[in-house]
Each structure stands twice: as C-alpha cells, then as structure tokens.
Design a protein around this ligand. Sequence first.
Ligand SMILES: [Ca+2]
Ligand SMILES: [Ca+2]
Ligand SMILES: [Ca+2]
Ligand SMILES: [Zn+2]
Length: 509
Amino acid sequence: MKRTTLGVTTALMSAAALAATGTLGANAAPQPVNPLLAQSEALHAAAERAGTISSALGLSGGERLVPRDVVRDADGTHHIRFDRTLNGLKVIGGDLVVAQKSGQVTGVSRASQAVLAGLDTSAPSVAAAPDATLVVFALDRAPVLAWETVQHSVKEDQTPSELHTFTDAKTGETLLAYDGIHVAEGTGQSTYSGTVDLSTTQSGSAFQLKDPARGDQAVNDLNNGSGTGTLFTDADNRWGNGTHTDKATAGVDAAFGAAKTWDYYKNVHGRSGIKNNGVGALSKVHYGNAYVNAFWSDSCFCMTYGDGAQNRNPLTSIDVAAHEMSHGVTSATAGLVYSGESGGLNEATSDIFGSTTEFHAGNASDAGDYLIGEKINIRGDGKPLRYMDKPSKDGRSLDFWSANAGNVDVHYSSGIANHFFYLLSEGSGQKTINGVAYDSPTYDNQPVTGIGRDKAEKIWYRALTTKFTSSTKYAAARTGTLAAAADLYGASSAEHAAVDRAWAAVNVK
Ligand SMILES: [Ca+2]
Ligand SMILES: [Ca+2]
Ligand SMILES: [Ca+2]
Ligand SMILES: [Zn+2]
C-alpha cells in the first residue's frame, strides 16, 4: 500500500508507532459491550420474531416484516422498527414500531392503518419507466400499486439530487415526489478552526458527518484503532466541543479540512474532487494511540489522522488535511515518484497546496500562512513543521538546489520548491503577512519580486497537471513551470520572467 505521510522526523514517529503497537490491547480495561455487535444481534433476534409479531398484529399471509432498528430500554422493553413488504413488494407507509417486553407485544405505532389484505399486486395497467420499481403505496391514502422512479442529477450549487417519484400504476397520477438527498446545515466546535459550519446528511432523526455537497466525503471514527472505523453520527447536528474530551471534535476538523480542500480545488482550479470525478474521499480520525502523523492512501482513497502527542493534538489542521489530500491529486495527475528529486517535488506540491488551501479558507482561527503544521505542535515545542520562506529554519530542509538534492529525504528536498513558490508569490526579503514575519533569502543574493499567490498557484497547478510526469526532477520542474506560465500569461510576460528568476534564486537554472 502506498502511503504518503506528513513527514515528521523518524525518531519521533517510531516512538509513537511503538507506543501504538505496544500498548493497544495490552492495557485494555474490561471489554466494553460492542454496540454494533449488540445491535446486529438485536436485529437478528427481531427477524426471528417477525413472523410471530406479524400474526399478533393480524397481518395477512402475503405481508412480511423486515426489522430496521431496535431501541432497548433499561427495563428490557425492545422497540423494534419494521419495514413491510406485501407479496415481495416494498410498502411505502408500511413501517411500524412494535414495543415488546418479555416476548409480549405491549404497543404498536403504525405509519398507516390501511389493511393490505386482498390488494391485487399483479398486472399494473400503466407502463413503467425503464428503471421503475413496483411498490405498494399506502402513505396517507388507501393502498394502491405504484411505480417508484429515482432520478439522479446535480443541482446548480453542486448538491446532488436523488428525486424519488411515486406514480399510481393504474391512473398515472403522481402520488408523491421527494428528494432523497438531505443536506443538513450543522455546526461544529473544532480543535484549530473555531466554530465552523458543516454540511451533513440527515438520516432518519439523526445526522451523519457526510457531506452531500462535496461528493459525500465522510469522516469515520477509528476509536484509537485501525481499519475502516464507524461513521460519526449525532442527534442534534452540533458536533464536538473544541477539545479532545469530545471525540467528535477531531472529526469536525477533518470534515472542515476536507471541505476547504474540496472548495479550494473546485473554486481556484476547477477540479471536482481529488480525482476530478466528483467523488469525495473518506477521512478517518483517532488512528492508533498518540500517533503523531497523518497519511493519505491511494488504495483506500482515504485520509487517516493520528491524535498526536498525549492524544491531544490531532493532526487535523487545514494545511495538514490539504497537504495529505494533495498527495491524492498528485497521484491522479503527475504521479511524481516518491523518492529522489521527484519525491521532493511531490512533497512540495502538498506543502504548496496545503498553504494555498489555508489562505483560501480564510479562517479567523487559522489564518493563511507559508508555514506547515503551525497549529498541531508536532514537535512538542510549539513550532511549525516546515517554513516555506526559508526552509532551513526547521534545521533539515534545503533552501537551495545542489547536486546532492536527490539523496536527501523527500520531506527536506521539498524545501527547494517550497522556497521557489514563496519567492514567486511574495518575493525575497522581509515581509509580514497575516501577522507572520518572513525573511526569504536568495542563492545569488539578488532580490526577487513576487507575482502574488493567485498567479503562482495557477502556474504550479498547470505544471502539475499538464507538464510534470513521474520522473520530473528540479530542472524539468523549472521548464514545466516556465511552459505553464507561458500558457497562462504569455512567453514574454512578467510572470514568465518571474518564474525564471525565482528558480535562479533557489539555484535551479
Ligand atoms: Ca451533538
Ligand atoms: Ca495558519
Ligand atoms: Ca499553515
Ligand atoms: Zn506529504
């Protein structure tokens, strides 16, 4: 499995990894009841009782009850929610909730009082649309046979639509139409970005941390384990409390980071999702124990975040989210091989778009900057993981190209391109942006004048998606970005000249 991590130093990472494998399970307190297992057992038991309950309710022979949910009271009462079929056809309005205690039905709540016995379920006289399904329709009316059709489309604001229409199978009359996609507007208290709006999915009376406006990208809880985890759900669509004491808080950050990354690529580059196919990626939080890293995996098309030191500094800031998901974009485009100079360019692409996404998000609690990981205290000293104006400030990264660049860890050879991008955007020397002071040097001690981030990011994206390949190294990155600048602004443009100058300032000629 190919994984691209954020790249904290090996020593720090291996300590965390050891902690994760060494103590998970070994420390385990008394096994809690697995709620998912308990629920599946309750549903299984309900299915076995369905026939008896059906008889107790006086349902006809062609009717079947299919359990969908079970709520258990402390006094032993089970509230079993059933859907119903008649002669194998789904009954719209056939659902009911049965309260059962000690094997006795103590109450029933029905969507419809209609009697289905004797309804003719054969030979509808109105022809169906090609993909229509025959159902029994008993919602707020006497039961009839009906066709259900589902029409998928996308609305103006990118929200998908799943229009269900029920048509009387005898008369052709429309009985009901509704949209199966429910965009709910939730709010969340995040770790790093303050109170944020979240687009979520309503499912029954609960909400899911799944964004129907952005390719259904969802956030799962790994509960300090691994695997797929479980989708975050919430009763009132207000998520998290801003600290690690509520497990949903890291989920809020991950959902917000994924949304801001989606919006950045969509609004700035016209790209619809990581693969440009409108499909959202899964994010998973609470991986392992005190795991101080985050990673993207192409094979699961998903993001995984650790909880950081003491499980209190989740790796879920906007720039880290965008950094990791940008590895997916690189993988879907240039495919820069993750070693040597191409690996440095791969890492730099993630830092560049991590930074530009953070600027684009315009979040007051995490303002845009040319720092990576300034929010997550990844080294425990409160300092950022990486600096783009002068990469060597981290003690390891390269400010300038040299013949040895291809032998340096990709998280440090990325410094050359990060520095290029900073110089191209902002220029050399001292500058304060959003309260952060920068001082960017040049290899030849000659000044560079920036062309602005808005142009620099477009040049890098165009080079990534139309010029770079798996084998691109620094010299080819220079010619690729020059070609991109020529495409966008003209071969004799100031922007083209600025690209040339910024590469020279990092010793790529
Ligand atoms: Ca809540
Ligand atoms: Ca920031
Ligand atoms: Ca940042
Ligand atoms: Zn990375």
